[in-house]
Structure formats: C-alpha cells, structure tokens
Ligand binder design. Structure first.
Ligand code: ZN
Length: 284
C-alpha cells in the first residue's frame, strides 16, 4: 500500500488515482497524517480491501507524507562504499544525529542555499508505525509503517564547525529534509533490505547505490536506536547515504541556485527539488 498527503489530508494512493482515508473509511480513520500513525496497523488492515479510485491524482499534488514527526533520526557513514570514499574505517556502531523537524519539506520543496558548500545525500527513509522499545533486531521490520525517499541535505562547513563535529545543525536549515513522494508499506517490496537508490543534479547522476550496502540495516538500526530512545509512531529515520556525495569529489562539487536535485528509491518514487539562493546563515 502507498499513502500520501494531498491538501494536508492522508490519502491512499493508486496508479493514477487516490482515495481520501477519512472519507473512504466513513470517519473511522483520521485525515490527519500525523494522528493516523497511532493506529497504523489497523489502518493498513482496513486499507487492504480499499481500491484507491475516489479521484484522479497528479503526482505534483503530493506533499511531505510525514509532516510533523516527534523525532527524526539521521545515520552517518552507514554505507560501506561511502565510508571508503570518505577515507574512514567501517564503524562498529552507527553515528546518530537528528534533523530538527523544521527542516522537513515535500517532494518538490525548494532547497534554499545558506552557503556555497551545500551537499546532497539521497537516503532511504524509514517511518515507525508501532511503538518500539528495546526491540530485537529480528522484530525490527514489524515496527515499520513504511518507506519513503529522503534527502539529507548538508551544509558541510557548519556540520564540522565547533570543538567536535555537530551534524544536526548543519543538516537542519529550512528545506534541508525533502521527503516523499509517498510512504510505501514494507510488504510491497520483494526484498526491502535491497533497494536501488540514487540522485542526480540536473541530468548528471551523482549517487547510485543499493541499500544492501548498508553497514547497519533497517532492523539493526531500529534495535540499536530503540535500546536508547523509544521510537514513537510516526518517527522518521534517515538511514544514511551511499557513495557519491559532492564533498568527497575531486575537486568537491556543491549545489548551486537554479539546479534541480532529483532523488529516487526503487519501488517508492522520486523527489524533484529546485535549488534556490537563500540568505547567508552567519555573518558574525
Ligand atoms: Zn545522511
């Protein structure tokens, strides 16, 4: 099943059509895309029998499917080939940061540049559908509502400014968390642990990898995170980026105003985010 948000309402998405969840369920399930995660397993069970054909859907109508998560986790250096391009060693524990939720935007949201060192990171995004507290790895997927495409946009100077690197701030400017276009339930994939993903700047493909290259795969991330923080329904995890970011190119390449960043994950869809000039972030 595929879920999306149109005009701030949760919809069940079909091929070229959709149905409003609240209307199709006669009010049993809310149209509020945030509240609905509290009863996600029941929603999915109900949606199995629904044909999403209430209205014609243009993909341009879809907005961020998870507009107000309570917690957003990011995972750094989580693809083997990305760690190697960065000249690092394969880590024995994941590097975790947050993207503050105010940075989230939709599948066509603008990315304003606060500096000339802003980079792309195409990522598989996991959304939690069932409270996860100290979950074992084997039960990880059971706690996932669905998968989406994300961009972990990163300002590389601020990310590394201060006495220690502080990823959270450098990755949380407005527009730095494009998400969408839909949320796809894990059962829709033959193997949700091996999905092709990538991104392109204008026509040039910059990243192209597979989630089977993840060092800490989705079930292990859920186990490790939920050992510390209970994962709440609707929480978002940016799972890490494959090789091909701009900062590790020789010479480095960064986003420029006027470009379009396209990002995709197999079986989910694509984001198309225009890059625009933004205010410089710090004049001190
Ligand atoms: Zn990232």
């Amino acid at each position: 099943m595929r879920f999306g948000v149109v005009e701030q309402r949760l919809v069940l998405v079909g091929e070229n059509s959709a149905s409003d969840v609240e209307r199709a369920s006669d009010g049993r399930f809310s149209a509020d895309p945030t509240a609905v995660f509290e009863e996600w397993p029941k929603l999915v069970e109900w949606a199995e029998s629904i044909e999403p054909d209430e209205f014609a859907l243009d993909a341009n109508q879809l907005r961020n499917p998870v507009p107000r998560p309570r917690q957003v986790f990011g995972v750094g250096t989580n693809y083997r080939r990305h760690v190697l391009e960065a000249g690092g060693k394969i880590p024995d524990a994941p590097l975790i940061f947050t993207k503050f939720p105010s940075c989230l935007t939709g599948p066509q949201g603008q990315i304003p540049l606060p500096s000339a060192k802003v980079d792309w990171e195409a990522e598989l995004v996991v959304v939690i559908g069932l409270l996860a507290e100290r979950v074992e790895e084997k039960d990880g997927w059971r706690h996932v509502a669905g998968l989406s495409v994300g961009q972990d946009i990163s300002e590389r100077v601020l990310q590394l400014t201060g006495p220690y690197a502080q990823f959270s701030l450098g990755k949380s400017f407005p527009g730095f968390g494009p998400l969408g276009p839909v949320l796809v339930t894990p059962d829709e994939f033959d193997d949700p642990d091996d999905l092709e993903l990538g991104c392109a700047v204008d026509e040039q493909v910059m990243q192209h990898g597979r989630t089977s290259d993840l060092i800490f795969a989705v079930p292990e991330l859920i186990a490790r995170l939920s050992a510390v923080c209970p994962l709440l329904p609707g929480d978002v995890i940016f799972t890490g980026t494959p090789e091909g970011v701009g900062a590790f190119r020789s010479p480095p390449v960064f986003l420029r105003p006027g470009q379009t960043l396209t990002s995709w994950v197999q079986g989910i869809g694509e984001l198309r985010n225009p890059v625009v000039a933004g205010p410089d972030y710090w004049k001190g």
